[in-house]
Design a binder for this molecule. Structure first.
Ligand code: F6P
Length: 325
């Protein structure tokens, strides 16, 4: 089969936004324009694609965006893309707008939509964008670095007041079904306990004993980082306070973790991935996910990427426990 000449590239962001997405969009737009391609932006992810909310993008449209959190293209979660009819309609719209390559910036859910489109002949390139770091084919996802630093700074502040009041603090972080944000904050903030889905066997009675034990050893506070998929932080705080007699507060960090200006790492890696995605299209490769592994940017077949597994770093969890002496 003779490959169709690449003329028009489109880009969309899908699922939860992540700081650094704008840097990736900017890199896609400018790399494509620099190589003589037309660039379209699809607003509100697949939802906007189905609504044909498609705009032309120029180099100036992405000026002054690299430092901004969120996504200038807006984003949405689109259940229609899990239905055959939705995918068929989306593929027909892509054909109608003569889009030869679609760059999807988002997480695993967004890749499932991309995979379905690829089966209908659409050439899709995925860029990992999620604060959760829960995409198995890559060690880096756009937004995690910023989100984990935002959470870490917030937890440092909570620690100050927790120490002053000699309290126990439970801080709930995002991460959907994964514990990467919790693990990194646990180590980075020097928490006493990390509760996360990959280490489900935690025992509240044992934590209560440990809090009392730590108090006897002179610890002035006790920080528990709780992954949102464990949840129940507010009730847990009440139970701990009742059992230990130590004043305990719960803080749910929530969506503030998803906002804010991206870190330098997120800007640089997102820019690299955006440019890399266009390079892959220019080189004629089809249906790939851009990844970062073992210090290198690379691309992987979308099927293979969706079947990849990433072992959880249990040794780091163990280190966190050892350091909470
Ligand atoms: O996937 C990113 C994320 O922020 C998760 O950590 C969280 O579970 C979810 O999105 C929240 O989604 P929403 O913004 O739809 O409430």
């Amino acid at each position: 089969m003779v490959a169709k000449k690449l003329r028009t590239v489109a880009v969309l962001t899908s699922g939860g936004d992540a700081p650094g997405m704008n840097a990736a969009i900017r890199a896609v737009v400018r790399t494509a324009l620099g190589n003589g391609l037309n660039v379209r932006g699809i607003r509100r992810g697949y939802e906007g694609l189905l609504a044909e909310d498609i705009i032309d993008l120029s180099a100036r449209d992405v000026s002054d965006t690299i430092q901004r959190g969120g996504t200038i293209l807006y984003t949405a979660r689109c259940p229609e893309m899990f239905q055959k009819e939705g995918v068929q309609e989306a593929a027909a719209i892509i054909k109608k707008y003569e889009i030869d390559g679609l760059v999807v910036i988002g997480g695993d859910g967004s890749y499932r939509g991309a995979l379905a489109l690829s089966k209908l002949g659409v050439n899709v390139i995925g860029i990992p964008g999620t604060i959760d770091l829960d995409i198995p084919c890559t060690e880096y996802t756009i937004g995690f670095d910023t989100a984990v630093n935002t959470a870490m700074e917030a937890i440092d502040k909570i620690r100050d007041t927790s120490t002053s009041h000699e309290r126990c603090s439970i801080i709930e972080v995002m991460g959907r079904g994964a514990g990467y944000l919790a693990l990194w904050c646990g180590i980075g903030n020097g928490a006493e306990k990390i509760l996360m889905p990959e280490e489900q066997d935690f025992n509240e009675a044992a934590i209560i004993d440990d809090i009392a034990e730590c108090r006897k050893r002179g610890k002035k506070n006790y920080i528990i980082i709780n992954a949102e998929s464990i949840g129940d932080s507010t009730n847990m705080a009440k139970r701990i306070e009742k059992a230990t007699g130590i004043s305990t507060r719960a803080t749910i960090l929530g969506h503030m973790q998803r906002g804010g200006s991206p870190t330098c790492r997120d800007r640089v890696y997102a820019s690299t991935m955006g440019a890399f995605a266009v390079k892959v299209l220019l080189e004629g490769r089809r249906n790939r996910i851009i990844c970062y592994n073992k210090g290198e940017f690379m691309d992987m077949d979308i099927d293979e990427a969706l079947n990849a597994t990433k072992p959880f770093p249990d040794f780091q969890y163990k280190i966190a426990q050892d350091l909470a002496l």
